[in-house]
Design a protein. Structure first.
Length: 323
C-alpha cells in the first residue's frame, strides 16, 4: 500500500484536496500545496480554455520558488482533474497543456482513461481515477492507472452509495497500489480512519469550500458552516449523475428538495433551464456538520494535522489488547 516515494516524501499530511468545479482555483491549489497536501483543480475551471496554460505555469513556478525558498518545508505536488466524457470538447486541448507543463498528477473521472494513461506516463506523471464501485475500479486498473480514488457514500458532489468499509476491502483484494478515500472526511480523525481502513490518502473537498482561498460565493461558505448531514440530498436531477447537494441551496432556487423529478443519467445536461448545478445548486458532503468556520487553507491543514496527531496518540495510548 506504499505511495510512490516522489509523492509520499512531499506530503505533510496524507490528503488530496479534491478538485471542485468553480471552487478550486490556483489560489486554493497553491495554498494547499504550500501547506503540504496535494491541491487539485478541474481543468474546466480555467475559462476560456486558453487560461489553463497561464494557470499551470503560475502554479508550477510559484510552487517551485516556494520550495526553493523554504527547503525545510514539504511542498506537495498539484493535480489536474480531467473529465472523460463526450460533453467535454476541451479534453484534447487540456491534456496537451498538462503534458506541456508535466503536471505531476492527473485525476480522471467518469470513464476509464485508456487513451490518456500512456501520454501521462511518458513524461513521468501519475494517473489516479475516480471510482464508485468495483466494476469501475477494474476498468480503471485495466487502463493502467497508478491509483484509485474511491468516492464512497457521503462524499460531496458526484458520489457513490457504497460504504468505505465495503469498497476499500474489496478493492484491496485486487489492488495493492495507492488508494484514496472520499466520503464525509472533514477532520484529522477522519484522515486517520481512512488509513486504518486500508486507504493511503484521504480525499477532502467540502472542508476546503469553507476556506478563505476557495472561489465560492460567501453564502455558499456560510451554508457549509451552518449545515449538518440532515441538510444533504442525494439526487441525479441536476447533472444526470447522482450527487450530494445542500438542501438550502435547492430551496433557494425555488425547488422542493424533497420532491425532485428524475433526470436522464446519460445526458449530463442540467435538470432545469434556469437552475445550474455548482453555480446555483451547491454540492457538499455529509461531513458538513463538523465544519464550523472558514479560515485560510493553511489554517485548515494545520488544524487537520493537530487533530490527526491527537487521534493517533489517543489510539496508541488507550488501545486495549484483545488478542
Amino acid at each position: 500500500m506504499a505511495l510512490p516515494r516522489r509523492l509520499q516524501e512531499k506530503l505533510a499530511l496524507p490528503v488530496i484536496g479534491a478538485p471542485m468545479f468553480i471552487v478550486s482555483v490556483p489560489e486554493l491549489v497553491i495554498a494547499q500545496c504550500r501547506a503540504g497536501i496535494v491541491g487539485a483543480f478541474p481543468a474546466l475551471n480555467a475559462r476560456p480554455k486558453e487560461l489553463l496554460d497561464e494557470w499551470l505555469g503560475r502554479i508550477t513556478e510559484t510552487l517551485r520558488r516556494h520550495a526553493a525558498d523554504h527547503p525545510e518545508q514539504r511542498v506537495a505536488p498539484f493535480a489536474v482533474n480531467q473529465i472523460i466524457h463526450q460533453s467535454n470538447d476541451r479534453l484534447d486541448h487540456d491534456l496537451r497543456l498538462c503534458m506541456k507543463h508535466r503536471v505531476p498528477l492527473i485525476i480522471t473521472s467518469l470513464r476509464a482513461p485508456n487513451e490518456i494513461v500512456p501520454h501521462i506516463h511518458e513524461y513521468g506523471g501519475l494517473v489516479f481515477h475516480d471510482v464508485t464501485n468495483m466494476r469501475h475500479a477494474e476498468k480503471a486498473l485495466e487502463a493502467g492507472v497508478d491509483g484509485l480514488i474511491l468516492i464512497c457514500a457521503g462524499a460531496g458532489g458526484h458520489a457513490g452509495t457504497l460504504s468505505p468499509f465495503a469498497l476499500v476491502g474489496e478493492v484491496r483484494r485486487i489492488f495493492d497500489g495507492p488508494i484514496v478515500l472520499a466520503g464525509a472526511i472533514t477532520t484529522g480523525r477522519g484522515i486517520l480512519s481512512a488509513q486504518a481502513l486500508g486507504a493511503d490518502l484521504a480525499y477532502m473537498g467540502t472542508r476546503f469550500i469553507a476556506s478563505r482561498e476557495a472561489n465560492a460565493d460567501p453564502r455558499y461558505k456560510d451554508m457549509i458552516v451552518g449545515c449538518a448531514a440532515k441538510d444533504i440530498v442525494y439526487t441525479p436531477f441536476f447533472t444526470g449523475v447522482h450527487g450530494n447537494y445542500l438542501k438550502p441551496s435547492i430551496a433557494a432556487a425555488g425547488l422542493d428538495p424533497e420532491n425532485l423529478p428524475t433526470a436522464d443519467k446519460t445526458s449530463m445536461n442540467f435538470g432545469s433551464t434556469h437552475v445550474k448545478a455548482w453555480r446555483d445548486i451547491w454540492g457538499a458532503g455529509q461531513g458538513v456538520g463538523n465544519i464550523h468556520d472558514a479560515p485560510s487553507a493553511a489554517e485548515v491543514v494545520a488544524r487537520l494535522g493537530r487533530e490527526y496527531q491527537a487521534a493517533f496518540d489517543a489510539l496508541s495510548s488507550n488501545r486495549t489488547t484483545y488478542i
